[in-house]
Design a protein. Structure first.
Length: 175
């Protein structure tokens, strides 16, 4: 395993606990209400490394004790209850600045940092489209498609352009 993923259920749960009813309702209305049910849980780094080591990239299966286990988008939907309607997403979009990336990038920066999103959540009480977009940017970056960087991959931002259509995205296919 190279680098350290920024994946953190703990950070997501801690953030969700700071939200009031209106923000939680907005998250539910966007189809991500199941995230509100996540519990604080420490996941040992060594355990994650062992699980990753059992994954066969060619067959896209876990090989545990000689048994091959395929994790489907339906399995992910049953575990995380993320929206799973619509076509599967196969990797990030082409790497060019998106409309949302250009809108949300801070002057002088080349990436959207978790810290700037966290600051947005703490400095205002918005529960509108901007809140949902930024919440999903944060969720993509720290939980659904984490990276080794303290920033969010902009390639997924096109999925957030149409907030009403977010429920129609097969988010389970990203995990």
């Amino acid at each position: 395993m190279q680098g350290t993923l920024q994946c953190s259920q703990l950070k997501l749960v801690a953030l969700l606990k700071t939200f009031g009813k209106d923000r939680k309702d907005a998250i539910k209305n966007a189809g991500f209400g199941a995230l509100l049910l996540l519990k604080k849980m420490n996941i040992a780094r060594n355990t994650c490394a062992q699980i990753v080591d059992t994954f066969d990239m060619e067959t896209e299966e876990f090989v545990i004790g000689g048994n091959r286990i395929k994790m489907t988008t339906e399995d992910v939907q049953h575990i995380l209850d993320l929206p799973s309607e619509g076509d599967e997403i196969h990797g990030p979009e082409e790497k060019q600045p998106t409309e949302l990336f250009c809108k949300y990038i801070e002057p002088g920066k080349t990436t959207i940092q978790f810290s700037s999103l966290t600051e947005f959540f703490t400095k205002n009480n918005r529960d509108d489209i901007e809140f949902i977009r930024k919440f999903l940017m944060y969720t993509i970056g720290i939980f659904i498609c984490p990276t080794t960087q303290p920033s969010i991959r902009s390639e997924y931002f096109n999925l957030l352009l149409d907030v009403e259509g977010i429920k129609g995205v097969n988010w389970c296919s990203l995990t």
